[in-house]
Design a binder for this molecule. Structure first.
Ligand SMILES: [Zn+2]
Length: 121
């Protein structure tokens, strides 16, 4: 233990993290749906029974990688801009810059965003 305060870093029997083949840093598992949404040609990518992981390093060419060390690089991703600036679940709303932590501290922010969105803002 190194005093990490994050409770989701605990080791389990299932591999929730995997090392990026390019930079060797461990990253968290990501849902297949997220990957398919970002891929240029998702139908050409054989998901199989693999788990996929998301490399957050902005300097790393690898965006997603599987537990068999196959990789999806930036060139295979549709959304070039912003994909490395934040994972899908770290921001609830990109337009207003509202993060999950903000909403936890102040639930009315969520209402605010919903209201603004209704008004077309
Ligand atoms: Zn990487």
């Amino acid at each position: 233990m190194t005093g990490c305060s994050s409770s989701n870093m605990r080791k389990t029997s299932r591999p929730n993290t995997h090392r990026c083949p390019a930079n060797g840093i461990e990253y968290r598992v990501v849902s297949i749906r997220t990957i398919a949404h970002h891929l240029k040609q998702p139908w050409r990518w054989d998901i199989g029974a693999r788990s996929f992981f998301y490399c957050e390093d902005p300097d790393c060419e690898v965006v997603y990688f599987a537990d068999d060390d196959s990789v999806i690089t930036k060139s295979e991703i549709r959304t070039q801009v912003g994909i490395k600036s934040g994972s899908d679940d770290s921001f609830l709303c990109y337009c207003f810059g509202v993060s999950k932590a903000d909403v936890l501290q102040n639930p009315s922010i969520k209402e605010y965003v919903v209201e603004q969105t209704k008004q077309g803002l």
